[in-house]
Write a protein that binds this ligand. Sequence first.
Ligand code: ADP
Ligand code: MG
Ligand code: MG
Length: 244
Amino acid sequence: TPAIEVRDLHVTLGKAAILRGVDLTVEAGSWVAVIGPNGAGKSTLLRAIGGLLPTGGAVSLMGTPLERLRRRTRARMVATVAQTPVVPPGMSVFDYVLLGRTPFVSLLGRESAADLAAVTALLDRLDLAGFGDRELDTLSGGERQRVFLARALAQEPSLLLLDEPTSALDIGHQQEVLELVDTLRRDQGLTVLATMHDLSIAGGYADRLVLLADGAVVAAGTAREVLTEEILSRFYKARVKVID
Ligand code: ADP
Ligand code: MG
Ligand code: MG
């Protein structure tokens, strides 16, 4: 069973048809990058797959149609990291990550010792030991992105949806975060669907690329198949460099 299966997905926002019949299959354990020019509908596609938008067409996660998944089941199965997550002012890194694990009880202070231990282990895993007491808005871009990932992973999701996970980072930190995502995918069998702005980086990490333009998939396949001069010059206004 594919981890994500999307058939003839339509999304209309206001009066505009934003997604116009998208088909997409993401095999379990793979990393698929959604690329495409600004405004193509990449973020909208992720939000629709995460169950955050009314849609036409069919989305199945781990073989179950989205509308048949209970809210809590879905919330555990899919973790989404938005392009610019909302950072609650004054909240500590530890509490923020804990909320990913226990959204219903931690506000009451009734999280278990196991939950606390799990968050501690996760902070360790993401090189954030010692950051637990810091407030989120005191962190650097790279540290903050690792905290967002930690919170997503605290859900123990099967699917990780990332919206331009490195757009706020310099090149060194971009690679650090993407390497981390890749390691987590291999170690934990996660499936990753990420919108990615930088084509060569997308091609370097993802197993498959899906090129979205004007709300439709116009090319899909390996980096070699999709990142051709011919395809890119057709769908990107600015000239982009092709990798070989
Ligand atoms: P991308 O992530 O590829 O840059 P988006 O999915 O963010 O594209 O947006 C696709 C299109 O949908 C854009 O033209 C955007 O202006 C439009 N759009 C996004 N959200 C809304 C909304 N709430 N209402 C109307 N149009 C929207
Ligand atoms: Mg955009
Ligand atoms: Mg976007």
